[in-house]
Write a protein that binds this ligand. Structure first.
Ligand SMILES: NC(=O)c1ccc[n+]([C@@H]2O[C@H](COP(=O)([O-])OP(=O)(O)OC[C@H]3O[C@@H](n4cnc5c(N)ncnc54)[C@H](O)[C@@H]3O)[C@@H](O)[C@H]2O)c1
Length: 272
């Protein structure tokens, strides 16, 4: 993990979807760099465990049960943060989902897939950004990082609704960055490539089942590795820590003149 202690000592950070995967690694990364971390997720047990892990490292941390698809729940996340820590410096919008039918060809996706991925990935990001907009302007500083995906730039077979929702997250980021740039507030995206978290465990299983001509008799992990071989020029998987490092870099002073960007962390998958 990169060392960002000088940037984040004492800063207050919210990470949504921090109960697992990339959000958990990002929360731990900020905690390790001396930030105070708000773990926000709808998964209570796992979220509290991450919070305990942070406290075990000597980090000040609270867990706030949050559903980013509910504007009231998002407002409660911000209010609780401000009641506890007085300020908010950084918002990481990481909560995301692929909906119930990942790993299917386009014509087999259904309205529920499109609605679910847009509701969490796009509307959830919108609610969280809206909730800090006036606060960040009033306090004269703030950083926002939205978790998009390389699929939002290239499109991706087997996850059409998810890809489109992540393209919307990139676009939302560009718009918001334009509005907030005059106030010195940076808004960027990270576009992760392929990381073997719970999303990919489910996707690997479904792709194996739905594309038997390509992935016959492969385990989810084998499907994941075969996809890396096909899609990633660097021929290796990306890690949770790679994504945490990118998110922290975009919130660091070294990136103070970087805004409206969508930083790929994907081993070159966009140029495949
Ligand atoms: N793993 C990858 O390869 C990959 C690639 C590109 C982008 N991403 C994105 O990275 C982010 C993190 O994904 P991950 O791979 O760690 O998956 P994950 O499933 O391990 O983590 C997602 C977290 O978001 C939380 N969440 C989902 N809906 C929520 C809601 N409505 N309110 C609050 N929390 C909610 C979940 O409870 C979970 O803890 C997502 O936005 C995902 O789309 C992941």
């Amino acid at each position: 993990m990169a060392d960002f202690r000088e940037d984040f000592e004492g800063k207050v950070v919210i990470v949504t979807g921090a109960a697992s995967g990339l959000g958990k690694a990002t929360a731990l990364g900020f905690g390790n760099a001396g930030a105070k971390v708000v773990v926000a997720d709808k998964k209570v047990e796992e979220g509290k465990e991450v919070c305990s892990e942070l406290k075990g490292m000597g980090t000040e941390s609270i867990f706030v049960e949050t559903d980013v698809t509910s504007e009231d729940s998002v407002k409660n996340m911000i209010d609780t943060t401000l009641k506890t820590f007085d300020v908010l410096d950084i918002l990481i919008n990481n909560a995301g989902t692929g909906g119930p039918h990942l790993g299917q060809p386009f014509t087999r996706t259904e309205a529920v897939d499109w609605d679910t991925s847009y509701k969490v990935n796009v509307r959830g990001t919108f609610y969280c950004c809206k909730a800090v907009y006036d606060l960040f302007i009033k306090q004269g500083h703030g950083k926002i990082v939205n978790m998009a995906s390389i699929a939002g730039k290239t499109g991706a077979a087997a996850i059409p609704h998810y890809s489109a929702s992540k393209a919307a997250v990139i676009n939302l980021t560009q718009t918001l960055a334009q509005e907030l740039a005059p106030y010195g507030i940076n808004v960027n995206c990270v576009c992760p490539g392929l990381i073997y978290t719970s999303i990919w465990k489910g996707l690997g299983y479904l792709m194996g089942k739905n594309y038997p001509e390509v992935f016959a008799d492969m385990s989810p992990r084998e499907v994941f590795l075969a996809t890396i071989d096909k899609m990633v020029p660097m021929k290796r998987e990306q890690t949770e820590e790679d994504i945490a490092n990118a998110a922290m870099f975009l919130c660091s002073d070294a990136a103070k003149n970087i805004t409206a960007q969508a930083l790929n962390v994907c081993g070159g998958a966009e140029i495949k």
